[in-house]
Write a protein that binds this ligand. Sequence first.
Ligand code: HEM
Ligand code: HEM
Length: 227
Amino acid sequence: MEKRLIWDLPTRLFHWLLVITLIVQYVTAEVLDDAMQWHFYAGYFALGLILFRILWGLAGTDYARFSHFVKGPVTVLRYACNLFNRDSPAHTGHNPLGGWMVILMLALIATQAVSGLFLTDDVFLDGPYRSAVSEATQDTMNFLHHNVFNVLLALIALHIAAIIFYAIYKKQRLAPSMIHGKKATEDKAISSSKLLLAALLIALSAATVYYAVEIAPPAPVDDGAYY
Ligand code: HEM
Ligand code: HEM
């Protein structure tokens, strides 16, 4: 079978930048002392990545679109019943189960990044929307930020386990295609990575995040404690 381009460059860059960002988020929150400012910056970057991926899921190349990989329950169930069949045919884009896994990961990472905007490190730094909400909302966001990450870790472990399962059990090596973008398939290749559109959507995502964290938030409440 011929190797054809199916994952465009923006989707691949998105994936590996997301992996790096989540590692940075973990390290700046749990390992390093005094790295909270970097945790905030990387968190804003994560927000931008997710925003871009949502836009790309609507307007990007064929296999990256939600309409291509978000399937109904019957298709998902039928696929799940065949999961342990070694000879079930490979999917060119995300398979029906994997598609929902992608949605779930994106939703949880979005929840993690948005809830961070309402947190404080209890020392110097407040997320940009902390003073805009009630104490009850702050508590909810705090709860989400501390607990969603553990669910996310479990999903990431499952995600990597699935990649290994496909490689060993089904002899389908998915990881290289997330690097070079190509897969052996009879389905049609994407004709281009739509780089100009991607650049526009990246600029739009970056501007939206800048507006949301730098311009829109209310001025922090000064409780006068350090005067
Ligand atoms: C922090 C860790 C990770 C996160 C949050 C993550 C998240 C994701 C997301 C959101 C997608 C969907 C891509 C898209 O359509 O935009 C995806 C796909 C994919 N990821 Fe990861 N990933 C992680 C680590 C890894 C690692 C370490 C590998 C390689 C061993 C990997 C291999 C893949 C592959 C091969 C796909 C495409 C699967 C398919 O063919 O359907 N990921 N990942
Ligand atoms: C995807 C993005 C993010 C990830 C994966 C992430 C992850 C984490 C993790 C794992 C912790 C440690 C939680 C614990 O000790 O139980 C943490 C703490 C924290 N994060 Fe994030 N975070 C993200 C985005 C943000 C953003 C955007 C902000 C603020 C603008 C933020 C602010 C904070 C603060 C202030 C803490 C310390 C909370 C405390 O000490 O109780 N985070 N984050």
